[in-house]
Write a protein that binds this ligand. Structure first.
Ligand SMILES: NCc1[nH]cc(CCC(=O)O)c1CC(=O)O
Length: 320
């Protein structure tokens, strides 16, 4: 096989996770070369909510489609839900811990932060859930890479920040986490902690190689459910959205091993200064995960229930 040119963003996190995949592909016998692709998301400092999804991924996807690289490694949660017809999602590797993590001053947990403490996040989903906890925390919008965000706590500029645990883990910085947040309090973003490995849609050899070396079936099913929920909600509301699927191995009536998938979803809105997360918009459903069609159906069913519960409808203070 020719050398596989693997495209990645240039951030420390992107390079770390691409390095993990490159190592796995090398162990499987490939020769690899890592090529850094600059994206508008890396060059702009505007809030993500303003510059839109896809800012981190579209330049990389173009480089792949144009043949500048053969493989693209993305943080799955940064990919838009619309499929790119030029590309194939060749592999979804084993997921890292999907939960969010708190890095707070003085080793504090969320519950120990005094009312009025400042917590930095640029994510409407994290902001909504922080408000909904009713702890009197002051959410401060921030952006920047993992190091920049953690440094705001080290420098005393903020009392805490919330980040994806997976990002800190890939950078070898889990010792800075002061609390890993329970999904009951802070439901992660759909596909958080998962990677998406793409190749060109007509590059069958690379697709097969990636599928047979770095794909994980259970992660693929979990993420398919979460993303189908997100896609269905995007059409119906503009709320911040959390989703987390759980996969367990089980036996069916004939004693065959099956993967069982359950999905929890939450959706609410985050007007500035208000207290969002619409009511008890949290749902658990179970399904057999073997079939991705079923996983996607599960996602759409949870989305429909969330919309019925008023996802995307402004929740007033009386609903807090
Ligand atoms: N939007 C930035 C981004 N994209 C992926 C991760 C973390 C790693 C992951 O979820 O795979 C992060 C940083 C964060 O949310 O703290």
């Amino acid at each position: 096989m020719n050398t596989l040119r693997i495209g990645t963003r240039g951030s420390a996190l992107a390079l770390a996770q691409t390095g993990l995949i490159a190592d796995a592909l090398e162990r499987a016998g490939a020769r690899v070369e890592i090529i850094t692709v600059k994206t508008p998301g890396d060059l702009s400092s505007a809030p993500i909510a303003e510059i839109g999804v896809g800012v981190f991924t579209s330049a990389l996807r173009d480089a792949l489609a144009d043949g500048a690289v053969d493989v693209a490694v993305h943080s799955y949660k940064d990919l838009p839900t619309a499929p790119d017809p030029r590309l194939s999602l060749a592999a979804v590797p084993l997921r890292a811990d999907p939960r969010d993590a708190l890095v707070a001053r003085d080793g504090l947990t969320l519950g120990e932060l005094p009312s009025g403490s400042t917590v930095g996040t640029g994510s409407p989903r994290r902001a909504a859930q922080l408000h909904a906890l009713g702890l009197g925390l002051v959410v401060v919008p921030i952006r920047g890479n993992v190091d920049t965000r953690v440094r705001k706590v080290r420098d005393g500029e903020l009392d805490a920040v919330v980040l994806a645990r997976a990002g800190l883990a890939r950078l070898g910085r889990t010792d800075e986490i002061t609390e890993t947040l329970d999904p009951i309090q802070m439901l992660p973003a759909p596909a958080q902690g998962a990677l998406a490995i793409e190749c060109r849609v007509d590059d069958i050899d690379t697709e097969h190689f990636l599928r047979s070396t770095v794909d994980d079936e259970a992660t693929r099913a979990a993420v398919a459910a979460e993303r189908a929920m997100l896609a269905a909600l995007e059409a119906g509301c503009s709320a911040p959205i959390g989703a987390l699927a759980d996969v367990v191995e089980d036996f069916d009536a004939d004693d065959n091993v099956v993967l069982r998938l359950s999905l929890r979803g939450a959706a609410g809105v985050c007007p500035p200064g208000a207290n969002p997360i619409s009511g008890p918009a949290e749902i658990l459903r179970a399904s057999n995960a073997g079939d991705l069609t079923e996983a996607a159906q599960l996602g759409r069913a949870v989305a429909a229930e969330l919309l019925e519960l008023g996802a995307g409808v402004l929740s007033g203070p009386e609903q807090q």
